[in-house]
Design a protein around this ligand. Structure first.
Ligand code: BGC
Length: 721
């Protein structure tokens, strides 16, 4: 990789060889794919930008900017997103790619290495498909467990989400493919996403949502940041000078470019002067006015150069100018599918086990129950949707308009039923789709074990009103477990759910959206070929009454539409009363007990903690010995939570410890220095007051094993770069 001075010099050379019109052309993305290519009449609500002719040179991606061959600058092919190379509408020939487990599942690994691996797969496939910009890096904190896009994000903790997104981005960019980090910022629900005003104090913002971005920018050095649809403290994110110019570009020293979300731009001057560098496709092309604005002096010529230079520089830095991605590259489908399976296995969380798992070798008669459990595993919907190798099943009645079919609940053809049968060749397995609870219960009654694959699908643009499972599955599970307590529920959801049947079942696995070979991944855990090692990256509330907003602000069942296409809301504010105390921090503060706490997850063995030691003063280091007290090898994720004086607990670090039966290891976890700081708004600085910091090391935010208190000196930090 060239050094910064060389990159700067090359960027200057290329940008200064461009005319003003050429520089401006870089900042105006058009849709690279057209719904027209579906070849069916399009309903009136489909926006103009989605029905234009596919531009020449485009390979059919969400965004496209033509090349400028004269100066050696390649076209920009911008494709979604964080779970693989998306193409929801089959608009790009050869659209299939490796369907990774949901990003929330990735967060459940608590493994930066896994995030790097996921990014590596995405980057390799993007490059092989001729895509040089991935709209990946979704890191909005999960403030709302009913948000339809949490499956695309990395959970509720800024340190976990920030570290993992940084690695995911680095993995992508190692392939000469630029990545975004998105949606900047505070875009934690879909209801009213185009209009709501997310309100919070500056300190709370910096300590939570912005901290996740800041860590991601530091570790991953994304080429681009995508500003969000919503407003933040009164101004649209894409025309918010504080967010873009001040925090991102000045405080964090971000050298890349800010692109808008699709349709998130509302102005020319306000946006450009606030720091927006590139307008993504939408009906109203504000940036078409750039040349005139430079002409009449209302936008500075230098600012346009800066916009173009940011794009050029970032593309040079990731190597996308030197190594131009071209379609038709080789993709090792089998190897990537196997890696996707391993990632899915690492993200599965064992929530309950009364000894029923792993399935006994003696289990002969097994009943598999579940909607489409014979066909596949659910995948998330919306712009991030990947068409897996092997294809997709859309749960839409015959004759559905092809456009609506794209928005239907979708499944990767990775049949859990077939996978389990392959893993247990000697078992007699029967299947029931679960649509009739009495029938499913009758079948379960005579089985050694019943396994219910429960599903709750998610779609961009749509939030859920509550935490229940759809299609009567809660009642069905209760009936099955009533007939046979030896029931295991495999949850395949993009979010936390309530479990009214929890006390009746023998085991619960949270398998999320498990991707390309999800069926096999789940079978590996059920049979014990792989021991569960995932931990919850999001709290599972006992009820919505425990949440800062028991009802989603602005939720309107009539307006829950896929991708929010054609949905109109009147603007409304959302006051984030929890501030930076998102998720487990809120539960801790309020003394509420969730159903399952953040960080929770069992495995097939047990661990104990002993020998607590700590050092204070400048840094906080906590040492403990962890021993595997069970009969199987397993992975413990030892988590360090710290409460600054007068504040709630914060995840400050963790260690993943793989131990054989009887083995023990002493680990030292150093608290992340950024996490220990709080933002002092009046001084405009990060500060750590001197005082006693309570801490604990444990299995989750709700399960302290060893706790103590340590004196830390005062510290201040100006991390402006
Ligand atoms: C989503 C973005 C996505 C873009 C392009 C928008 O609807 O919010 O996350 O990158 O579409 O597909």
């Amino acid at each position: 990789m060239a050094n910064a001075a060389t990159i700067d010099a090359q960027a200057d050379r290329i940008v200064d060889a461009m005319t003003l019109a050429e520089q401006i052309s870089l900042t105006r993305t058009r849709a690279g794919a057209s719904l027209k290519d579906l070849g069916v009449p399009l309903p009136a609500f489909i926006p103009e930008a989605m029905r234009i002719d596919k531009p020449e040179g485009s390979i059919g991606t969400a965004g496209f900017v033509p090349a400028i061959p004269r100066v050696g600058f390649p076209a920009q092919h911008q494709a979604d997103a964080s779970l693989g190379i998306a193409d929801i509408g089959y608009l790009r020939p050869g659209q299939q790619s490796t369907s990774l487990p949901s990003t929330l599942s990735l967060a459940a690994t608590f493994s930066p290495e896994a995030a790097l691996e996921a990014g590596d797969i995405i980057g390799a496939e993007a490059f092989a498909k001729g895509i040089n910009i991935m709209l990946a890096g979704g890191v909005n904190l999960a403030r709302e467990p009913r948000n339809g896009r949490n499956f695309e994000y990395l959970g509720e903790d800024p340190l976990l989400a920030g570290r993992l997104v940084g690695q995911q981005i680095a993995g992508i960019q190692a392939h000469h493919v630029a990545s975004t980090i998105k949606h900047y910022a505070v875009n934690p629900q879909e209801s009213g996403r185009f209009v709501y005003d997310a309100r919070m104090s500056e300190a709370a913002l910096r300590e939570s949502d912005l901290l996740a971005f800041e860590i991601g920018v530091r570790d991953g050095r994304p080429a681009s940041a995508m500003c969000a649809y919503n407003k933040v403290n009164g101004l649209y994110a894409c025309e918010n000078p504080w967010l873009m110019n001040e925090v991102l570009k000045t405080d964090w020293g971000f050298k890349g470019w800010v692109m808008s979300d699709w349709g998130a731009v509302h102005s020319l001057h306000a946006s450009v002067n606030a720091g927006l560098d590139q307008q993504s496709p939408q009906d109203k092309d504000f940036f078409a006015g750039l040349e005139a604005a430079v002409g009449d002096g209302s936008i500075e010529r230098q600012r346009v150069r800066d916009m173009a230079r940011r794009i050029v520089r970032a593309m040079i830095e990731v190597g996308a100018v030197e190594k131009v991605a071209k379609p038709g590259g080789e993709i090792p489908v089998e190897a990537h599918s196997a890696r996707a399976q391993a990632l899915a296995e690492a993200g599965i969380v064992l929530l309950k086990n009364d000894g029923i798992l792993p399935l006994a070798a003696t289990a002969r008669k097994i009943v598999v129950i579940g909607r489409h459990a014979d066909k596949g595993v659910p995948i998330g919907g919306g712009s991030s949707q990947v068409i897996p190798w092997g294809g997709v099943y859309r749960d839409a009645p015959e004759g559905t308009h092809p456009l609506s079919a794209l928005m239907a609940p979708s499944y990767s053809l990775a049949s859990p039923l077939k996978a389990l049968a392959a893993a247990l060749p000697n078992a007699e397995i029967q299947f029931d789709d679960g649509s009739n609870p009495a029938r499913a219960a009758a079948l379960a009654a005579s089985a050694d074990v019943a396994i219910v694959y429960a599903v709750k699908t998610e779609m961009e643009g749509i939030d859920h009103a509550d935490l229940s499972l759809p299609w009567g599955q809660d009642d069905m599970i209760a009936a099955v477990a009533g007939a046979n307590p030896r029931t295991v529920v495999v949850l395949q959801t993009g979010n936390p759910v309530a479990m009214p049947w929890l006390g009746k079942v023998g085991g619960v696995l949270q398998a999320w959206f498990s991707g390309q070979r999800g069926g096999d991944a789940i079978a590996s855990i059920l049979t014990g070929r792989v021991a569960p090692s995932g931990r919850l990256p999001i709290s599972f509330p006992a009820s919505t009454e425990q949440l800062p907003h028991p009802k989603i602000v602005g939720f309107d069942p009539a307006k829950q539409k896929a991708l929010s296409i054609g949905v109109r809301y009147d603007p409304f504010p959302i006051d984030y009363v929890e501030g930076s105390d998102v998720g487990y921090r809120w539960f801790h503060l309020k003394g509420e007990k969730p159903l399952f706490p953040f960080g929770f997850g069992l495995t097939y063995t047990s661990f104990d903690y002993s020998g607590l030691k700590q050092t204070g003063g400048q840094t906080l280091k906590v040492t403990a010995t962890i021993r595997n007290t069970g009969k199987r090898e397993g992975l413990e994720v030892a988590q360090l939570y710290v409460a600054p004086p007068g504040r709630s607990i914060r995840l400050a670090g963790w260690a993943r410890v793989q131990l054989k039966p009887g083995e023990s290891r002493t680990v030292t976890i150093e608290a992340d220095t950024w996490v220990l700081l709080s933002y002092d708004e009046s001084a405009g600085k990060w500060a750590r007051p001197a005082g006693d910091y309570r801490f604990f090391i444990g299995k989750s935010a709700g399960e302290p094993e060893l706790s103590g208190s340590v004196f830390l000196n005062a510290a201040a930090q100006d991390r402006r770069r």
